[in-house]
Ligand binder design. Structure first.
Ligand SMILES: [Zn+2]
Length: 355
């Protein structure tokens, strides 16, 4: 059933307190959500299967108790900053300290005494992250130094891009590293007030920046992005972007949520804009912290209502429907799936396990 909304001037006499856009038939819907206007009764809808996340995503499952009330207790924080039992997660120019043990990446935290030496030399920004087994954990940014290696004990590890490490499975320390990286990145880029341009000062143990003039409070940002596996029967839609690290990589579509938009609407809009494919039902799968630099990825399955692909060449180089068999044997078919640490890969693997 199509709902028709009359345009202003078309005998709207009900005393509406709002104005209605001057367009005919602007919001047809079936159910509580907006569906593309082109949809007709002849569209065959595949059976919907709810697919749940089979395991946590990489960068999730933090072992820390964030214990946010402690952020407002400066005496307790000062005590913990000096406590030799305290752990510090160093961040250098958005890179994390990691060492490899038998090929497995491992986070390296530094002790309170070592951090004290570093802080005496560099006085870098810090933030209270939480408590791990009764030990306070702080992020410590040592970006001011040109070379952090001489400041640390030998063979402690090296500073690398968190994403380059290749966390294949969720491990709690990956979440702590992501937490520290994201918070320090935000801090570095919010030294000045976005309202009046004057300097901010740090509050709440690194979790708030307060403008020194207009007193506007600025909090750490996490911008939502939707990422969706569009499926139709036994096939799924994957695209290739020039931004991808590999020329042969195909992945799920994704995009940022815009103001005034639900997550489901963002899924439908992004898929339509990037590929020309219309989407019906949208089901949530899982989310993933993505501090590269400050996002959370919200993963969905989306039912493809149409098959014809018309790519947005600003966003994509190519997009195709791939069968489950092709995706299970991607190398044989000349393409690569997204990285093991990505929610895109989780969406694909959980979908493959259901057919
Ligand atoms: Zn201000």
């Amino acid at each position: 059933m199509w709902l028709r909304i009359k345009s202003v001037g078309d005998d709207v006499t009900g005393g509406y307190p709002w104005s209605i856009p001057n367009r005919e038939n602007i919001a047809p819907f079936v159910g509580p959500w907006h569906v593309p206007r082109q949809r007709t009764q002849t569209v065959e809808r595949p059976k919907v299967t709810l697919i749940l996340a089979s395991r946590p995503n990489v960068y999730s499952s933090s072992p820390l108790d964030r214990i946010a009330t402690r952020r407002e207790e400066p005496e307790w924080i000062a005590e913990k900053l000096k406590d030799p039992e305290t752990l510090f997660v160093p961040v250098w120019r958005s890179k994390n300290l990691i060492r490899s043990t038998e090929g497995q990446p491992e986070a390296v935290y530094i002790s309170g005494s070592m951090a004290h030496t570093l802080r005496m030399q560099e006085d870098g920004p810090w933030a209270f992250l939480g408590v791990l087994d009764d030990r306070a954990v702080f992020a410590l940014d040592i970006s001011a130094t040109e070379d952090p290696v001489p400041l640390l004990p030998e063979n402690l590890g090296s500073f690398v891009d968190l994403r380059s490490v290749g966390w294949g499975v969720p491990r709690p320390e990956a979440s702590v590293l992501a937490h520290a990286r994201g918070l320090m990145h935000w801090r570095q880029r919010h030294k000045f007030c976005a309202t009046c341009g004057n300097p901010n000062e740090v509050k709440s143990s690194g979790h708030m920046m307060l403008c020194t003039v207009c007193k506007t409070q600025h909090f750490p940002r996490t911008d939502p992005a939707v990422i969706m596996l569009v499926h139709r029967g036994d096939r799924a839609l994957l695209g290739h972007s020039t931004r991808f690290p590999k020329a042969t990589m195909y992945s799920t579509l994704a995009g940022f949520v815009e103001p005034g938009e639900t997550l489901e609407e963002a899924v439908r809009r992004e898929v339509l804009e990037e590929s020309g494919v219309q989407v019906g039902d949208v089901h949530y799968h899982s989310s993933q912290p993505w501090p590269f630099p400050g996002n959370i990825m919200l993963g969905f399955y989306a039912e493809g209502l149409t098959e014809e692909i018309t790519i947005d060449t600003e966003e994509l180089v190519d997009a195709k429907w791939f069968s489950r068999d092709q995706m299970r044997n991607s190398k044989d078919h000349g393409f690569d799936l997204p990285r093991a640490d990505s929610i895109a890969r989780r969406l694909i693997e959980d979908w493959l396990a259901h057919g």
